[in-house]
Design a protein around this ligand. Sequence first.
Ligand SMILES: [Mg+2]
Length: 308
Amino acid sequence: MTFTLFPDTRLTLARDALAGLSVGDALGARFFVPGQAVAAWADALPPGPWPWSDDTEMACSVLTVLAAHGRIDRDALALAFAAHYDPARRYGAGAVELLELIRAGTPWPVAAASAFDGQGSCGNGAAMRVAPLGAWYADSTRRAADQARASAEVTHAHPEGVAGAVAVAVAASLAARARLDGDRPEPARLLTVVAGALDPAGEVHRGVRRAAALRGHPAGEVAEALGNGSRVTAQDTVPFCLWVAATHLHDYPAAIRACVEAGGDVDTTAAIVGGVVAAHTGVGTPGGVPDGWLAAREPLPAWLAAPA
Ligand SMILES: [Mg+2]
């Protein structure tokens, strides 16, 4: 079924996903400090401000390009990534190399193809920044998948890196659509639809299919089965994240807590999960991103103000 999604609604859904992504990124990063005790989670969250990292910076570029062009213009996105790149935001080594090439004038297709000795990146960069795009396309999982692919290709030439982004965007599209419909999708059904948007020969696809079959397990066991991002690949990260998001789609704090307790690359897992879940719950609503968490997160960059 198709329906009309007004521009303001798209932007609201995407902004809510960005709020969830950025709070997850910033809070997750507080728990990604070696030696920090995760057990303190339940009683005392770390004091703010919580600085956000590369996940949020790149997601702000994705949303800015969407708002300005009404779709992903890959050249504009590459320029936005390069222009806003701040090395202090803890980018991965591969991303640093690639963004510095683009800043020096290398065309993005050349830079992306040259990464990792010509294999292209299968890291999490394309997945961690894409949930707001998925929410923007709440009316079409097909367009969410197509535009996620375009947004990924700017930095990720490896098919698994692209698949990670497609999977997260389709999940966020479904999450936002369910919010508009007043529905809560059953986790296995949501994950099965996501898997259907992916190349069946890929590892991300296989992981999402496995995730769909896991129910009633603690997050730690699921992370052992699917990975928790500690290998910093899309294959090792996205299936677990989508299991957490689908399982806790109505409860943002519980979803973020599951990421923290599973360990691994927590700012990235919490950014992915937070973006998908907040597309469904919104901000300051029951089960949504808590107002106090949003207030503790470092403000988003001033250059994002344009599409608001
Ligand atoms: Mg990060």
